[in-house]
Write a protein of this length. Structure first.
Ligand code: MRU
Length: 351
């Protein structure tokens, strides 16, 4: 029997936006009430909420909250957009939702703050709903693709990295939506969950989602993945993405690059699932993707306890880039690109 349901990541109640505090998962389900854009910014920066599509959705809430109080805040609308944009640099969903917000504002800038709050509240609710719908579509499309191209009659052993699930989105997830759809058809034997140092999104979040869904899974250290591939224990790798360049190079949680190289060495299909919102067609390839560098204190301490000597320093990169040439397929809500990822094939997804 399922232990519980994966909690909803964020929702509006009246004129407050509530964000699930993912830093406390899986042991506590606590929501943070956001009443100002600064509350949303802090939740994104501090990783209370995370995951590319969810960061984008939260940004829409930040914009709405800018108009919440009748008195104009000291910072201009453009200044507020800039502050939200600066919270995290890699996930392009953030920028894409803020660009949409700017367009809406330019069409309504003469309206009262009260009217603007309503317009942006509606927009924010739409952003959350459409993300959930996209998740379902990409899950079904991805599962069909895997069934046709990878499944050979034996239940699949799937490896995933970080958390590209319900907790990274407003619905059922990207990569984990595909896994959920495959599991519904009885095709999943086991999910290997990379623990994902240092925030442990795999161990704390993905494994929790698998438990809630009763999907067989085991948590592994990130460095176990290669050996499992060598031992024929992995049939398929599915991850999410934070930004996909026009040629298909994509940024995802640090460690994704190593997995893609290992997968290709072992001839294991490596798939990434994401909504079209995660594409950045303005950049030709992955070299232009800004990789988030976070404080080394997050790496050198664990649960507030220092692991390394106080004199030691560390390098904490949040993401790396998987080259398009190492991808077996990209799964989106508009279809799949496979058999050689190219800018031309990707551009067809947008028609
Ligand atoms: O640093 P995080 O936890 O925001 O990183 C999240 C990831 O890398 C996910 O894999 C990615 O956002 C895809 S989410 C559907």
């Amino acid at each position: 029997m399922a232990v519980t349901q994966t909690p909803q990541t964020a929702f509006w109640e009246g004129d407050s936006y509530f964000v699930l505090d993912q830093l406390l998962l899986p042991h506590r389900t606590t929501y943070i009430e956001c009443r100002t854009p600064e509350d949303v910014e802090a939740a994104i920066i501090n990783m209370n909420l995370r995951g590319a599509p969810l960061i984008g959705a939260a940004a829409s809430a930040g914009v709405a909250l800018y108009f919440r109080s009748p008195a104009a805040p000291p910072c201009s609308f453009d200044g507020e957009i800039a502050k939200l944009l600066a919270t995290r640099p890699t996930a392009v969903n953030l920028r894409n939702v803020l660009e949409e917000s700017k367009k809406i504002y330019s069409q309504n800038s003469t309206k009262s703050r009260e009217e603007l709050f309503k317009i942006f509240l509606d927009f924010s609710k739409r952003v959350h709903l459409r993300d959930a719908e996209r998740n379902i579509r990409m899950g079904e499309i991805g599962a069909d693709f895997v069934k046709k191209r990878i499944y050979k009659g034996e239940k699949l052993k799937i490896l995933t990295h970080c958390n590209a699930g319900a907790l990274a989105t407003c619905g059922s997830g990207t990569a984990l939506s595909v896994i959920r759809a495959l599991n519904k058809q009885g095709l999943v034997g086991k999910v290997w969950v990379d623990e994902t140092r240092p925030y442990l999104q795999g161990a704390r979040l993905t494994a929790f989602e698998m438990l809630c869904e009763e999907i067989p899974h085991e948590i592994i250290t990130d460095s176990t993945a290669g050996w499992l591939m060598h031992e024929n224990e992995v049939d398929l790798i599915i991850i999410g993405a934070d930004r996909v360049a026009a040629n298909g190079d994509l940024a995802n949680k640090i460690g994704s690059y190593s997995l893609s190289v290992l997968a290709n060495f072992h001839k294991i299909p490596f798939i990434s699932a994401m909504p079209l919102e995660t594409f950045d067609l303005n950049i030709p390839d992955g070299r232009s993707i800004v990789i988030e560098k976070r404080s080394d204190s997050e790496l050198l301490s664990f649960n507030g306890v220092r692991i390394a000597h106080t004199g030691c320093h560390g390098l904490h990169l949040g993401f790396d880039v998987v080259p398009a040439g190492l991808l077996f397929a990209l799964v989106t809500e508009n279809g799949v690109v496979s058999d050689g990822i190219s800018a031309e094939k990707i551009s067809r997804l947008f028609k």
